[in-house]
Design a binder for this molecule. Structure first.
Ligand SMILES: [Zn+2]
Length: 245
C-alpha cells in the first residue's frame, strides 16, 4: 500500500538533501520543482533552495496528486522524527475550518512542510497575520496561500447576516466587506450559489490584500521578492484548487 514508505529515514533525508545540494541551481529554473524523493522531510537546505514560485508549485503539485487520488501516503513517523528539533516549512496556508478542506490533505503535504492557520471563513485576523509573520520572517516560509472554498458555511452566514452568538457574529462581520463589495446577481441569500461563490472569491482577495496592508513585515518580504502571497479556491466537488489571477 505504501511503497514510498519502504525506504529508510536516512535514505529519505539523503535523497532530498542530495538533490538540493547538487542540483539547487538547476532546480531553481522553471515553474516547477522536481523532487527526487517526495517523502523526504523538508529540511533547512531545501527551504533555502526553494523560491516563492516553487513553493506555490509544491502546493499545487500536492493538490494535483489529491485530485488524481495519488496522494503520497508517506511514513509520517519518519518525518516527525526528522523535524522534531527544527521545522523549516516552505509555505503558510490560511484556510477555512471546514472539515472537508484540510490543507494538509487537499494539498497533500506532510509533517513539517507547511504552517497552517484555520478559521471559519479564512479571515486574516490579527492572530493569523502575526502567525504568518513568524512563519515567514522568522521561520523562512517562502509563500502564503489564502485558501477559500465553495459552499462555505461562514460565507453563507455572512451573506444571510446570521446572528448566532456574539463571537460568531463578530467573525462573520469580518466577511461582510466581501459581501458588500460583491455585485448582486439575483437573490441576496445563501440559496444563490453564484453570489455565495462570488463573495467567497472576494473574501479571499480581501484576505490576501490584508496580509500586506496590515503587516509591514509581510509587505517588506513581498517587496523584496522573498515571499509570494496568493489566493485560491478549493472546489469540494472536483477537489481542485484554482489560484486567483
Ligand atoms: Zn468555509
Amino acid at each position: 500500500m505504501c511503497t514510498a514508505c519502504e525506504t529508510t529515514q536516512d535514505t529519505h533525508a539523503f535523497g532530498r538533501r542530495q538533490f538540493f545540494g547538487l542540483a539547487a541551481a538547476a532546480a531553481a529554473m522553471t515553474a516547477g520543482i522536481a523532487r527526487a524523493d517526495e517523502c523526504a522531510p523538508f529540511l533547512s537546505d531545501m527551504q533555502a533552495a526553494t523560491t516563492p514560485d516553487q513553493a506555490i508549485q509544491l502546493l499545487m503539485d500536492g493538490n494535483a496528486r489529491f485530485v488524481a487520488g495519488t496522494s503520497l501516503h508517506c511514513d509520517l513517523l519518519v518525518q516527525a522524527e526528522a523535524t522534531a528539533e527544527k521545522q523549516t516549512p516552505f509555505a503558510c496556508v490560511l484556510a477555512c475550518m471546514d472539515s472537508r478542506s484540510a490543507p494538509e490533505l487537499v494539498l497533500d503535504q506532510q509533517v513539517g512542510d507547511v504552517f497552517v492557520a484555520r478559521v471559519a471563513g479564512n479571515v486574516a485576523t490579527t492572530e493569523v497575520i502575526g502567525s504568518f509573520e513568524y512563519g515567514t520572517k522568522v521561520a523562512g516560509a517562502k509563500a502564503i496561500l489564502v485558501l477559500g472554498h465553495n459552499h462555505c458555511g461562514a460565507v453563507k452566514g455572512a451573506v444571510d447576516k446570521a446572528v448566532v452568538g456574539d463571537s460568531l457574529t463578530t467573525l462573520l462581520n469580518e466577511i461582510e466587506p466581501a459581501v458588500a463589495a460583491t455585485p448582486l446577481t439575483g437573490e441576496r441569500s445563501s440559496h444563490n450559489h453564484e453570489f455565495v461563490q462570488a463573495v467567497a472569491e472576494a473574501n479571499v482577495r480581501m484576505a490576501v490584500a490584508a496580509l500586506t496592508e496590515k503587516s509591514a513585515v509581510l509587505k517588506e518580504l513581498v517587496d523584496a521578492g522573498a515571499l509570494k502571497i496568493v489566493g485560491g479556491l478549493y472546489d469540494l466537488e472536483t477537489r481542485a484548487v484554482t489560484l486567483l489571477a
